[in-house]
Ligand binder design. Structure first.
Ligand code: PEP
Length: 249
């Protein structure tokens, strides 16, 4: 049985004060009891990791980061290594978010190296894949996502089972245009079938979560789909009450 996983991605938002208010509200609410068999996390900007780690300790909310270096240590100015994240109590790390692929030229190969670094330090990489609007409109969505997934398979092999894949259609991120539950399910199923060509065990155990304008009012329908194992939530995760409503969906 795959755990339903809901992860918030604050992106480049927040302040020490507002983060603490958010965490206080979410932790207190989660203490009232949460549905069984679920995992919850929040990916915060690097400078807030230490403070968030201290506040989240002992709570049901796991700490995540939004990126990690493809290298272990050394002369990589501005980079943050997986061992540093591990030291901060980080459990999840996003790799290959479309904003990093598009704005910082991240390629499949370096994304796989980042995931490898994360795995070496007991972090769960959340590997993002997804197509643009043009790619979907020209009927190439599955082909594009298959290529992104294939690249991860070729580097990570059966270590992929310890990762999460986030299917995030780029046209749905931050746009309010959520993929229909059936459209998301179809892509998740295509990813699982692709993974089964490699290894049945990886295919049946890996968590594949959906991201792209998830809100409390569309989460229930998405989570009801057999191949959707949770969500990566951007904008809506900034609002503690909305995030909690998604976690309870
Ligand atoms: C994201 O940034 O990963 C994301 C899914 O954003 P949003 O929920 O705002 O579309």
């Amino acid at each position: 049985m795959r755990a339903l996983t809901v992860i918030g991605n604050w992106k480049m938002n927040g302040s020490v004060r507002s983060n603490r208010d958010w965490m206080h509200l979410v932790i207190e609410d989660m203490q009232q009891g949460m549905p069984a068999g679920r995992r919850f996390g929040v990916c915060v900007p690097f400078p807030y990791l230490q403070d968030c780690s201290a506040h989240l300790a002992g709570s049901q909310l796991l700490l995540g980061a939004q990126d990690v270096s493809a290298y272990a240590s050394g002369a990589y100015t501005g980079e943050v290594s997986a061992s540093m994240l591990e030291e901060m109590g980080v459990r999840f790390v996003i790799v290959g978010h479309s904003e990093r692929r598009m704005q910082y030229g991240e390629a499949n190969e370096s994304i796989a190296l980042k995931a490898e670094q994360a795995l070496d330090h007991e972090l769960i990489p959340i590997i993002c894949v997804g197509e643009t609007a043009d790619e979907r409109n020209s009927g190439r969505a599955v082909e594009v996502v298959r290529r992104q997934v294939a690249s991860q398979v070729s580097t990570l092999q059966d270590r992929l089972v310890d990762c999460l894949i986030a299917y995030e259609p780029i046209w749905a991120i931050g746009t309010g245009k959520v993929a229909s539950a059936q459209m998301a399910q179809d892509m998740h199923q295509a990813i699982r079938l692709q993974l089964a060509e490699f290894d049945d065990d990886v295919a049946s155990h890996i968590g594949i979560i959906y991201g792209g304008s998830v809100r409390a009012d569309n989460a229930t329908e998405l989570f009801a789909m057999p191949d959707i194992d949770g969500a990566l939530v951007g904008g809506a995760s900034l609002d503690a009450k909305e995030f909690l409503a998604i976690c309870r969906s």
